[in-house]
Design a protein around this ligand. Structure first.
Ligand code: SF4
Length: 484
């Protein structure tokens, strides 16, 4: 990736909230002039070039600081096709430089107080602090080892040496008994079925309640999407609360796109009080995937990894992000999305490992049609020693026509449908639902053979009435969904 790409869509640097002294503003202007063309720096004030092979990730339209989204491809960014995926290039260069392990460092939420301000002043004092040693006589001398450490510190983020520092380690959950029915089933070794429901467009919950009644007992839990494709609908929180009332265990989905750190912490505490235990943390589709007039999308407070990191600490350390104690901490079974078919499987596996380190206990994958590709991804996860730390639930969609399959293949990030499936749907004619059912059953049968897979996540896109049939014909016992 060239360091400087003329003609790329111009993006403004972030600007500071407070007026800094003239000397610091001049330093900031100089820093921007140098680091902008060299690294694509956008003056986030929380420099992380050390972790990202010296390419600034702030060029990612989603503002992701902890790795690529599930739509990442070698060729281009799925949000803005005029540019490459900056995260794909970060992964490639990290690999070439032998610095891939640096990508595992979980970077906590941005400190917005530093945004737009210079970092060189901090770096100089850091270098001086590490690289200069005072002798007994008061003279200054340099120790070579300390000097090397000092130069390494040039690109090391200047962080507060306390609680909000991230790390690259795995943190097992700090509790013993399962928190939700979904977790209990997974722990017991059951091959689970979860289902996905798109929330209603209007304020009536009548149809939702009806559908929940028809699938109660057939699925272990139901996911409610959070304004998928950046299109507003009934909230995932409201649907999850209704599901609890109906005796169906929900998976609350939270998309970072529409939330701030304050909003997410409050929402999760409230959701927990309503009996919601399973939470799937997502970065969310970009606002540009929605409809015009487009909302502001250049400022994103959090990404999925940061939400996981924050919620795990709320649960296990019993503290809000600002360190206030939580007397009754939320009981959360935390999940994340995974995208086995995006970019390279080994890059995705690294991203998944980072999510698991941050707090993900289960992964629900993108829709899978290509079993070979899934196998490659599972191998990559095994090499990273992740498989015994997370439950994997694979997304399987019911295809209803050639047209819907083509749409999914072309427009849903991270979804790839092999030619053989297209040919079968084409031969089935306009309404290919029956062929779609057979394809789904074959996929479920193939997935059950993998020891690293713990269940399927069925996406029937408005045909939830077919769920009981799919589950029965796949030979998966009905799953009593008792909310605990
Ligand atoms: S494809 Fe995703 S991760 Fe890559 S630059 Fe675009 S939004 Fe960011």
């Amino acid at each position: 990736m060239p360091l400087f790409t003329p003609g790329r869509r111009w993006q403004p640097a972030y600007f500071p909230f407070k007026r800094e002294p003239l000397s610091r503003r001049l330093l900031a202007a100089l820093e921007r002039a140098v680091k902008g063309p060299l690294f694509g720096c956008r003056m986030c004030g929380n420099c992380l070039l050390q972790e990202t092979a010296f390419i600034c990730p702030m060029e990612c339209p989603k503002g992701l600081r902890n790795g690529p989204c599930g739509g990442s491809l070698p060729e281009r960014c799925y949000v803005d096709e005029t540019r490459p995926c900056v995260w794909y290039h970060i992964y490639k260069r990290s690999e070439a430089m032998g610095r891939s392990d640096k990508l595992l460092e979980v970077l906590p939420p941005l400190d917005w107080d530093k945004v737009g301000t210079e970092t060189w002043g901090d770096i100089v004092s850091q270098v001086r602090r590490v690289g200069v040693r005072r002798t007994v006589g008061g003279l200054t001398s340099r120790n070579p080892a300390q000097r090397a450490a000092a130069w390494d510190a040039v690109f090391t983020p200047v962080r507060q040496p306390h609680w909000w520092q991230g790390d690259a380690l795995y943190h097992p959950p700090a509790y013993q008994e399962p928190i939700s029915e979904l977790e209990r089933r997974l722990r017991s070794g059951e091959f689970v079925v979860t289902a996905e429901m798109t929330p209603p467009l209007g304020a009536s919950a009548e149809k939702l309640v009806e559908t929940l009644a028809s699938i109660r007992g057939w699925v272990a839990a139901v996911n409610f999407t959070d304004s998928a494709s950046a299109m507003p609908r009934m909230s995932s929180l409201a649907c999850s609360a209704i599901a609890v009332q109906q005796g169906v265990e929900p998976v609350l989905q939270i998309a970072a796109r529409d939330h701030t750190r304050t909003g997410i912490q409050s929402e999760v505490i409230g959701a927990n009080a309503l009996g919601i235990r399973n939470v799937l943390c997502l970065s969310g589709d970009h606002a540009r995937m929605g409809a015009p007039p487009y909302g502001r999308s250049d400022i994103v407070d959090l990404d999925a990894v940061q939400i996981l990191w924050m919620l795990r600490r709320m649960r296990d350390e019993q503290k809000y992000l600002d360190q206030r104690a939580i007397k009754t901490p939320p009981r959360l079974f935390l999940g994340a999305a995974a995208s086995p078919c995006a970019s390279e499987a080994r890059f995705q596996a690294l991203r998944e490992q980072k999510k698991v380190n941050a707090g993900a206990q289960f992964l629900q994958t993108n829709l899978i049609f290509d079993i070979e590709r899934l196998e490659t991804w599972l191998d990559a996860l095994a090499r990273r020693d992740v498989l015994d730390k997370v439950y994997i639930i694979v997304g399987v969609a019911l295809l209803k026509s050639l047209k819907s399959a083509q749409y999914m293949h072309d427009h849903v990030p991270g979804v790839r449908i092999p030619d053989a499936i297209f040919k079968r749907l084409e031969a089935a004619g306009e309404d290919a639902t029956e062929e779609g059912v057979q394809i789904t059953l074959e996929l479920i049968a193939a997935l059950r053979r993998f020891p690293g897979i713990h269940g399927v996540h069925l996406v029937t896109i408005g045909r939830e009435n077919l769920l009981p049939r799919l589950i029965a014909e796949a030979g998966l016992a009905p799953q009593t969904s008792a909310v605990i």
